[in-house]
Design a binder for this molecule. Structure first.
Ligand SMILES: Cc1cc2nc3c(=O)[nH]c(=O)nc-3n(C[C@H](O)[C@H](O)[C@H](O)COP(=O)(O)O)c2cc1C
Length: 379
């Protein structure tokens, strides 16, 4: 059956990927309450239907950091994408480029910045995690700048990994021999993935951090390395260290509180992503869409406010814009699609979201996304 929605791609990914990978993408932390709230709170918002307003033409393009986007959407940084499909980051970046939206490469990506830039014909946005070795981080930033990445997204909500029960059960955190065997046997039951990724998709390393992660022997146990290598001592003062080495636009990803948004404005960031890491870090915090209006209100004049978490359709994109975001990022939506069918599936998913967004604009009487605001929502 042809997938018609993002949730159809989720089911297709469930069928094609080994369980350890599907659960890694799909899951959240602890009881997954924030993950569920991200989706439910977006669904709970009601759009306001308006009619007879000449919606034959519509402007979907927006400007972000001097770049023109075909629609207000960015592919969020997602680790290990090269394990979901062969050279997955390169495939997804090609689909994003064709759809006219940015692709943001994770520090924990399998492909390097160079490989992604070459595949897509343009350098990606780059997402930074700060590991303790500052000399190595300075090299990474120099490499990213040299590759011509237009935007740096610094993720600040992962001083240490959240407790993700599914990953523990599947052996992604401190796996034992029995769990490794179970992973291998499960992989054998997914012939499409086995052929595409396991046999023909190598090398399976984290290209950006490879030089600093020599002791990371099994990619599927990278949590142990993350826990001991990420710098949990970071403070707002460290943004200055990045600013000295990065002259382009800087976005801070993982802000959920207006007080932190004020700090972000003070420390010289250009933008922020209202995000709880897709419900993968601290369970029990508010959904992104619930946190968005107060943050947009506080700093929206000074910073470019983006949001992610729970966006599963074009309708969700319009709701996020109505709540004050300039654009949305999507994580699972593209990771599921990539796992389901590589570049063509990511391209199709982006078409679906675009069609849904266009339809939602028509039925709310919105003809220019730059003017989307709270009056699109029914009270
Ligand atoms: C499988 C997976 C891996 C992720 N890896 C990263 C990462 O390496 N860096 C990062 O900043 N965020 C990462 N995230 C978080 C996403 O960038 C984004 O904040 C989140 O997925 C948004 O929620 P959504 O999945 O509901 O769209 C990851 C998310 C998923 C699902």
């Amino acid at each position: 059956m042809k997938p018609a929605s993002v949730s159809d791609y989720r089911e297709a990914a469930r069928r094609r990927l080994p369980r350890v990978l599907f659960d890694y993408i799909d899951g959240g932390s602890y009881a997954e309450q924030t993950l569920a709230a991200n989706v439910a709170d977006l669904q709970g918002l009601k759009l306001r239907q308006r009619v007879l307003r000449d919606v034959s033409k519509a402007r979907m393009e927006v400007e972000l950091f001097g770049q023109s986007l075909a629609m207000p959407l960015v592919l969020s940084p997602v680790g290990l994408a090269g394990m979901y499909a062969r050279r997955g980051e390169a495939q997804a970046a090609r689909a994003a480029k064709a759809a006219g939206v940015p692709f943001c490469l994770s520090t924990m990506g399998v492909c390097s910045v160079g490989e992604v830039a070459e595949a897509a014909g343009a350098p990606p946005w780059f997402q930074l995690y700060m590991i303790r070795d500052r000399g190595f981080m300075a090299e990474v930033l120099a490499r990213v700048a040299e590759a011509g990445c237009p935007v740096l997204v610094f993720t600040i909500d992962l001083p240490m990994p959240g407790a993700r029960y599914r990953d523990v059960r599947n052996g992604m955190v401190g796996g034992n021999a029995r769990q490794r065997l179970a992973q291998s046997l499960d992989g054998l039951t997914r012939p499409g993935w086995l052929w595409d990724v396991q046999l023909n998709g190598g090398p399976h390393t984290l290209a950006t951090v490879h030089g600093a992660a020599k002791d990371l022997k099994r990619l599927m146990e990278f949590w142990t390395w993350v826990a001991k290598s990420f710098d949990a001592s970071l403070t707002w003062d460290d943004i200055g260290w990045i600013r000295e080495r990065w002259k382009g636009p800087l976005i801070l990803k993982g802000v959920l509180d207006p007080a932190d948004a004020e700090e972000a404005a003070r420390c010289g960031a250009d933008g922020l992503v209202v995000s709880n890491h897709g419900g993968r870090q601290l369970d029990g915090v508010p959904s992104s869409i619930a946190a968005l209006p107060a943050i947009a209100e506080a700093v929206g004049e000074r910073l470019t406010v983006l949001m992610d978490g729970g966006v599963r359709s074009g309708l969700d994109v319009l709701k996020a814009l109505a709540c004050g975001a300039k654009a949305c990022l999507i994580g699972r939506a593209w990771a599921w699609s990539l796992g389901a069918g590589g570049e063509p599936a990511v391209a199709d998913m982006l078409h679906i979201i675009r069609r849904e967004l266009r339809m939602a604009m028509a039925l709310t009487g919105c003809v220019d996304l730059r003017e989307a605001g709270p009056d699109l929502l029914a009270r």
